[in-house]
Design a protein around this ligand. Structure first.
Ligand SMILES: Nc1ncnc2c1ncn2[C@@H]1O[C@H](COP(=O)(O)OP(=O)(O)OP(=O)(O)O)[C@@H](O)[C@H]1O
Length: 261
């Protein structure tokens, strides 16, 4: 189903993530020069932009891994910029992260990889409770029981991604951040990954932020696309809005993409 034909999924207007006038400079280099973006609860926002435009830097601010020079990052009603590490650790439990490389532990099988956050942070759970939670997430990601004992090295790229997402959502986060989840994947695996992003949103009602280079995938999963150029968000809206954008950077980006595909 394409973005244009599907019904709107996100209906909440409550902001889950609000970035307000965010500035970040590294040395002389001004990477973010006044970012304003709001992601409503339960929606999926894709951040698009050229290489080096600051997408990852923006995402790192959302989870408090970087401090801005100025501006606010309001997560679920709380400005996290002034917070110290201890309180940030608590806020970070609202997040699941899915990295480009699935970042699984090679020495652990699939089951133990997904169980890991529960064993670390929910020490009161019994093994039986852990099994129930792990299997629910493996099922949601379409991973069969036979995959549980396999090690990451024995999995296809798409399977690894699914295990990575199962692990990211096993603690039932409110927000999932995806850093280039489809980069380097073939088109069929990309479709699988898009499907699982949609499944996580549908079944768990998570708010998602996705950094992507892949416009087709962005249009598939996004409720909103934020286009980052020269340190600011130059376009924000549903995917159709990007298609008709008059912004020069957006137009060039789209032309380059559609020229190659
Ligand atoms: N810790 C840092 N110290 C200095 N410069 C940094 C740091 N982190 C990022 N940068 C610079 O900030 C700019 C934006 O980087 P960022 O990784 O956010 O880009 P991006 O849009 O995610 O790019 P890509 O699509 O290629 O991954 C780059 O020029 C990068 O070199």
């Amino acid at each position: 189903m394409t973005a244009a034909s599907r019904p709107p999924r996100a209906t909440s207007t409550r902001p889950m993530i609000q970035v307000v006038e965010l500035h970040k400079t590294f040395g002389e280099y001004k990477v973010l020069t006044g970012i304003n973006v709001t992601v409503p609860e339960g929606s999926t926002c894709v951040i698009l932009g050229g290489s080096g435009s600051g997408k990852t830097v923006l995402m790192k601010h959302m989870i408090g891994l970087l401090k801005p020079d100025s501006g606010q990052v309001i997560i679920d009603g709380e400005d996290i910029v002034p917070l110290g590490e201890e309180r940030l650790e608590v806020v970070r439990r609202k997040f699941g992260m899915v990295f480009q490389a699935a970042a699984l532990f090679d020495s652990m099988n699939v089951y133990d990889n997904v169980a890991f956050p529960l064993r670390e942070h929910r020490k009161q759970l019994s093994e039986e409770q852990i099994r129930t939670l792990v299997r629910a997430k493996l099922d949601l990601m379409g991973l069969p029981r036979t995959a549980e004992a396999k090690f990451p090295a024995d999995l296809s790229g798409g399977m690894r991604k699914r295990v990575g997402l199962a692990r990211a959502i096993v603690m039932d986060p409110k927000i999932v951040l995806y850093d280039e989840p489809t980069t380097g994947l073939d088109p069929i695996t990309t479709d699988y990954v898009d499907e699982m992003i949609l499944a996580a949103q549908r079944e768990l009602r998570v708010t998602s932020v996705v950094i992507s280079h892949d416009i087709a995938s962005a249009f598939n999963v996004a409720d909103y696309i934020a286009f980052l150029s020269k340190g600011v968000i130059v376009e924000f809206g549903p995917p159709e809005q990007l298609r008709t954008s008059q912004n020069e950077a957006v137009k060039v980006f789209l032309q380059t993409w559609f020229g190659k595909n």
